[in-house]
Write a protein that binds this ligand. Structure first.
Ligand SMILES: [Fe+2]
Length: 234
């Protein structure tokens, strides 16, 4: 069920204010349950953010992992095969076989299932990216119908209210307008340029160059011409 709150984690007394109305008018919605992500299919919705918290200890576990064992992979997979596909890939990269790894696999499988339902896709193009450089740091709108993003480790995706979208596109790294950030654990579905009706929400990956920090980003897409072969056909 959708909440009448804006994309930031507002305090309770702020939920009915003018700012909230502005977010909703711009097609930006948020929810507290996963099924609220379905709102991305509504006309005029550009971005839906599911505010959630992963179980205690997960963020600390993944943040403390050596970057050398963080996965970096791409598979085109059906929801039922996510676990089977990820287990050997996680083994390959040396991700420790502990309870938190199970939690990560379960969470990814759950999100792949949700995205397949929301987009009506039999298989999902799953990218789990270990990023330690400036990736997609330019403000942009994706050339997709819909894209799900969540950050498991490191700095989260940044985006701007539509009122500042053109300014952000024009100014890029010199953009000085208000910048929004997903919270850690937030799950967002952005509508992209290929959607039937979409203005899109301008966003970017946070610049990392020179920080020595790394991110672990989950990015789910529908099938495209650059999707890998289906995992189950290998
Ligand atoms: Fe993007």
């Amino acid at each position: 069920m959708l909440d009448q709150v804006n994309a930031k984690k507002l305090k309770p007394q702020e939920t009915e204010d003018t700012e909230t109305t502005n977010w909703l008018a711009a097609g930006i919605k948020s929810c507290k349950k996963m099924d609220g992500l379905e709102a991305i299919n509504e006309m005029g919705t550009e971005l839906v953010i599911w505010h959630r918290d992963l179980p205690p200890g997960f963020n600390e576990w993944i943040t403390d992992l050596s970057p050398s064992c963080l996965p970096h992979l791409r598979i085109f997979v059906s929801p039922k095969d996510v676990r089977l596909a990820l287990e050997p890939l996680f083994d390959e990269c040396g991700l420790p076989k502990v309870g938190m790894r199970e939690l990560l696999i379960e969470d990814i499988a759950k999100l792949v299932h949700a995205f397949s339902e929301v987009t009506g896709s039999e298989r999902v193009d799953l990218r789990l990216e270990h990023i330690n450089h400036d990736a997609c740091w330019r403000f942009h709108i994706d050339n997709v119908e819909a894209r799900l993003l969540t950050t498991y480790r490191g700095a989260t995706t940044e985006w701007v209210h539509p009122a500042y979208a053109q300014q952000a596109i024009n100014e890029q790294k010199f953009f000085s307008g208000p910048l929004e950030r997903l919270a850690i654990d937030d799950v967002a579905i952005f509508k992209g340029k290929s959607a039937a009706s979409c203005d899109g929400i301008v966003h970017r990956s946070p610049p990392l160059k020179g920080t020595g920090k790394s991110r672990l980003l989950l990015c789910l897409n529908q099938k495209s011409e650059v999707s890998p072969d289906p995992w189950d056909n290998r």
